[in-house]
Design a protein around this ligand. Sequence first.
Ligand code: NI
Length: 391
Amino acid sequence: MSVDVTEDVRARREEMVSLRRDLHAHPETAFREERTARLVAERLAAFGLEVSTGSARTGVTAVIQGNAPGPTLMLRADMDALPIQETSDRPYASRNPGVMHACGHDGHTAALVTVASILAERRNDLNGRVLLVFQPAEEIMGGASLMIEEGVMTDPPVDRVLGFHLWNGLPVGQVGVKPGAIFAAVDEIELVVKGTGGHGAMPHQTVDPIPVAAQVISALQSLISREKHYAEGAVLTIGRIQGGTAFNIIATEVEMKGTLRTFDEGLRRQILARIPEVMAGICAAFNAEFEFRHLQGCPAVMNDPEVADFVRRVATKVVGEANLPAVVPSTVGDDMALFQLRAPGCYFLVGSSNADAGLDAPHHSSGFDFDEDALMVAAETLSRATLEYLG
Ligand code: NI
């Protein structure tokens, strides 16, 4: 059986790019991907696939049943855009004010639709089945968990899961594959330091929460610099701080929100446990009270070593050994992690920047765009991986 799909992808390039540009011009944020889902479902149905919609509200799934029995391979793409005003004047720039595909999910969706088209045509080469999952709401870490709750991975049971992220951190033509963590665990935390307010001229009559909050913030950074092995990655950012009303009034409380990024589950639990301990010590020292809330969290995206090795070999055939640079894990998060907790999988990076063409703005920025040749690499790698795994 030939697994050379270069021609299959090339023949679909125009269609793939035009779908990507259509999605880019009509971005929809988390759980509002209605037009996107409709377009995806229409395309999949046109390939003769049985499509189901409404999974996790706006998700779309479809199964490509192979010719013979075998394992189930899940391929996942996310579909949502971000609440960002696009600054580009490209003809396919967003027509929805304040909403933009600034992470490349338009490309993920278009590439997976193309992969579906190729695999549907080659279904006689497949022993087993392909489960196509077009997930909503990745950006708010809501879509994957809901789809899992609704049983997307159990009926049929999923044996392996693959997905990719377009990545402007790598030039187009390169692919990043690594075993173990590729994206970080993301935790959102809320900290409140409570004092007693009063006149700014008479701090001795109060418990001023602002200097206490300042000490808390400094001390928390010591958890990163002093309490973990230097080689283990972790980032703790307090991104929001709010307290007080006027220059001459001592505040009653200070509220802070932050994010913790880690790659090791043990370290993640350790730091999450230490944050309230550090707060308790500092607040007790200055007679303040505190609250700590772990608002939401998503584990790290962990690539199974064997599956990552398999994807690496496939990608080598697509882009060549020289275009598989060593990659370090990124501190961004992705709820692909939840699918990969339930089946061994690999999430790989598809290089998509092209500085010469001005296509190298960072993800989640208002000028984000990518080199569409990356879609060819993504579609070819995924199609080829599927045909080899189920071949
Ligand atoms: Ni993304």
